[in-house]
Design a protein around this ligand. Structure first.
Ligand SMILES: Cc1ncc(COP(=O)(O)O)c(C=O)c1O
Length: 369
């Protein structure tokens, strides 16, 4: 482990990410694997994850914004990269210059791409996004074929792919998934019938990759599963959660019964108690929603968070344990026989596991094991 500059750190096990990548690779047969490394690889570290997934069977990367792709390029990543998010007119040039494929659904951006391709004497690569029911980005499926045909005719634009995104793939009831799938299949079939060749059609996120193999097509776009988290708590294959969040006890104090704890005095000790102060707070990604709800692990023992989580500190009750300043504290991960998962945090925070790891801020050093 490298020397830490702060006693709050996230351990990211790249062997677990390699394992998860191989597991998914095995599941998808001949389809390609696009590893979704947007948002700093869901908090795990985009560059380290990119190297790991590319060495273990992924052939594409996906980011949300051009800046994330530029960082990967600057670090020497040559693999194809798709920008999944909306690319504005001012961002087109950097995408073409850095060979980042653009998610395209807008005639105006198509024209700017063609002009930029001419200016830079370089093909502008695009994947055309079809909205089959997510109601976010994408050309509506009814207008998609005409749009794809018109883009394919534009000089300088290389249509590498056509894709859609599922809104409800993690739902055990697959009714809406099938509904969207039929719409996308119809678009693909019409393009084929009309002789419009699309090299790469893709649709599946982690949940669809796991539970709807029919949707694997030429490529799957997997994020969550690479990090060992399950969509909606379910998986068809074993995956290993790769991230642990840890800190050390910064201070201990013995307080009498009736002592208010932290901002707003929302917790009052009901007996003489030992409290441990942890040097991690909501600015690190430990949500204030865990106040008086969540717990941490010290030597495998759960210790409840008492009072409000503050920006830089959190207080836990350690009265049942013999502890010392400097003892390791696990916030996410295993400690002895016990563990806390991103799903536990998600339940405490009333959110999803995706948000939990994305919220771990840049202030928290990532340590790769
Ligand atoms: C367009 C698109 N494709 C694929 C993914 C990956 O989804 P997941 O992390 O569920 O695999 C995302 C993630 O939000 C996305 O926005």
């Amino acid at each position: 482990m490298s020397k830490l500059t702060r006693s709050v750190w996230a351990e990211v096990n790249l062997q677990d990410i390699a394992f998860n990548t191989q597991q998914i690779r095995r599941l998808i047969g001949d389809s390609q694997l696009m590893a979704v490394v947007k948002a700093n690889a869901y908090g795990h570290g985009a560059l380290e994850v990119a190297h790991t997934v590319l060495a273990n069977g992924a052939s594409w990367l996906a980011v949300a914004i051009p800046e994330e792709g530029v960082r990967l390029r600057r670090a020497g990543i040559a693999a194809p990269i798709l920008v999944l998010g909306a690319v504005g007119p001012e961002e087109v040039e950097v995408c073409v210059a850095k060979d980042l494929a653009v998610t395209l659904y807008e005639p105006q951006i198509a024209r700017i791409l063609a002009n930029t391709a001419r200016k830079l004497q370089k093909a502008a690569k695009v994947h055309i996004k079809v909205d089959t029911g997510m109601s976010r980005l994408g050309i509506p499926d009814g207008a998609a074929v005409e749009f794809i045909r018109s883009v394919a005719r534009l000089p300088g634009i290389e249509v590498q792919g056509v894709f859609t995104h599922f809104a409800d793939a993690e739902n055990p009831n697959q009714e809406y998934l099938h509904w969207q799938w039929q719409r996308f299949e119809r678009v693909i079939a019409t393009l084929k019938r009309d002789g419009v060749h699309i090299p790469c059609c893709h649709a599946a996120n982690t949940a669809a990759t796991l539970f709807f193999p029919e949707s694997h097509l030429d490529m799957v776009r997997v994020g969550l599963g690479l990090y060992g988290m399950y969509p909606n708590g379910r998986s068809s294959i074993p995956l290993k959660p790769a991230l642990s969040l840890k800190t050390r006890i910064a201070a201990l104090k013995r307080v009498p019964a009736g002592t208010p704890v932290s901002y707003g005095c929302t917790y009052v000790t009901w007996k003489d108690t030992t409290l441990a102060v942890l040097p991690i707070g909501y600015a690190d990604g430990l949500s204030r929603k865990l106040s008086n709800i969540g717990h941490v692990l010290i030597a495998g023992q759960p210790c409840p968070i008492v009072g409000k989580v503050t920006m830089d500190h959190t207080i836990v009750d350690v009265d049942h344990l013999p502890v010392s300043v400097g003892d390791e504290v696990v916030l996410i991960g295993s400690s002895g026989q016990t563990k806390i998962t991103a799903d536990d945090w998600a339940r405490w925070m009333d959110t999803i596991n995706y948000e939990v790891t994305c919220l771990i801020s840049s202030r928290v050093e990532r340590v790769y094991t």
